[in-house]
Design a protein around this ligand. Sequence first.
Ligand SMILES: Nc1ncnc2c1ncn2[C@@H]1O[C@H](COP(=O)(O)OP(=O)(O)O)[C@@H](O)[C@H]1O
Ligand SMILES: [Mg+2]
Length: 134
Amino acid sequence: MITTSPSPALSVRGLVVKYGERTVLGGVDATVQPGEIRVILGGSGSGKSTFLKGVLGLTEVSGGTVTLLGKELRSLSERELILHLQRIGVLFQNGALFGSLTVGENIALPLREHRRLPEGAIRELVRLKLAQVE
Ligand SMILES: Nc1ncnc2c1ncn2[C@@H]1O[C@H](COP(=O)(O)OP(=O)(O)O)[C@@H](O)[C@H]1O
Ligand SMILES: [Mg+2]
C-alpha cells in the first residue's frame, strides 16, 4: 500500500536571523505537522520570540526558508503575504485582548475586519466561540 504523508503545516529550513552583526538564529530547522502541538522552550533571550517573528514575517530574515500552510513566504508578494497570514492566529502573552471591548467584541473584531459576513453570522460565530470555552 502506498501512503502519502500530509504536507507539514509549518516547515522551517536553515532560518537565520541577525540583529546587526549579532546572529540570534544560526540556521534553525523545524517541522510542525497538521494537528501537532509544539512547545518552544529556552532561556530568556535565547531567540524564541525571534523565531516566531521570523516565521510570521514580522522580522527580517537573513537566510533560510519558511513554508507555512503550503506556501513559501518569501515567494509571496506583500499583498499575498497579508492574505496568507489571515489564515493563522497568534495569541500574545500580554495585551492579548482590547481592554476597551468585551471578549465577544474582541472575537468579532477580526471577523468584521477581514471577512465579508452579515452581522447575524458574526453574532452566531461569537456565540459559538464563547460557548466552546464556556
Ligand atoms: N529588535 C531587536 N534588535 C536587537 N536585538 C534584539 C531585538 N529583538 C531581540 N533582540 C535580542 O535577540 C536575542 C533573542 O531575543 P528574543 O527572541 O526576544 O528571546 P526570547 O524570546 O527567547 O526571550 C536577545 O539577546 C535580544 O536582546
Ligand atoms: Mg520572548
